[in-house]
Design a protein around this ligand. Structure first.
Ligand SMILES: Nc1nc2c(ncn2[C@@H]2O[C@H](COP(=O)(O)OP(=O)(O)OP(=O)(O)O)[C@@H](O)[C@H]2O)c(=O)[nH]1
Ligand SMILES: [Zn+2]
Length: 194
């Protein structure tokens, strides 16, 4: 049986070989001084950008779940994120805003941002990431409602393809109390008024 560190080294080695090949196929000289360590750097960078597969967001929320008699909206807004679109493996990035209405339990505020980090560090589409964040909070805390809004720019739309530099995609998903238009409005007002 190989241990975790040996498995990681094998994974880096395998990725490194593949990136050497990719760099060659792109017409570059992998032995050029500036590129010699690039395959290994890219391998490690990609493992960082996809580290969310190794982490359990549910566990993160439960690790700081506190009994509390607060039943109003809790909002964590402007959570920066970077993700990779699963179609082009190019970054999409922006902000996530989360609100939930506790039902006996609250979670540590940083844990909401950690959940965003975990789901964004996977190959994603914005819609699925939005839904996964919502469902995870709903399952772990069983609140009276959750709402997630994601605003993002997609580099696959900026650097290539349609080449629109300023297009912003907004997605949202909600449950429970946020099915009421007035509750959604309260949240939207609080996140849009800086
Ligand atoms: N819905 C959604 N689409 C995304 C996301 N990220 C990238 N895309 C889109 O995925 C689509 C893939 O379409 P394809 O026609 O298969 O790929 P393509 O030929 O590279 O498309 P273009 O980008 O239009 O050049 C594109 O329209 C991208 O804009 C995302 O998070 N959500
Ligand atoms: Zn894309």
């Amino acid at each position: 049986m190989i241990n975790k560190e040996e498995a990681l080294n094998l994974q880096i080695e395998e990725l490194k070989k593949n990136y050497q090949n990719i760099i060659k196929l792109l017409g570059e000289d992998v032995n050029r001084e500036g590129l010699q360590k690039t395959p290994e750097r890219v391998a490690k960078a990609m493992l960082t950008l996809t580290r969310g597969y190794e982490e359990d967001p549910n566990e993160v929320l439960l690790s700081a779940k506190f009994k509390e008699d607060y039943h109003q909206m809790v909002i964590v807004k402007d959570i920066d994120f970077f993700s990779l679109c699963e179609h082009h493996m190019l970054p999409f990035y922006g902000k996530v805003h989360v609100a939930y209405i506790p039902n006996g339990y609250i979670t540590g505020l940083s844990k909401i941002a950690r959940v965003v980090d975990i789901f964004s560090h996977r190959l994603q589409v914005q819609e699925r990431m939005t839904l996964q964040i919502k469902e995870c909070i709903q399952q772990a805390l069983n609140p009276l409602g959750v709402m997630v809004v994601v605003e993002a720019k997609h580099m696959c739309m900026q650097m290539r393809g349609v080449e629109k530099q300023n297009a912003i995609t907004t997605t949202s998903d909600f449950s429970g109390g946020f099915k009421q238009a007035s509750t959604r409005e309260e949240f939207m007002n609080l996140i849009t008024h800086k």
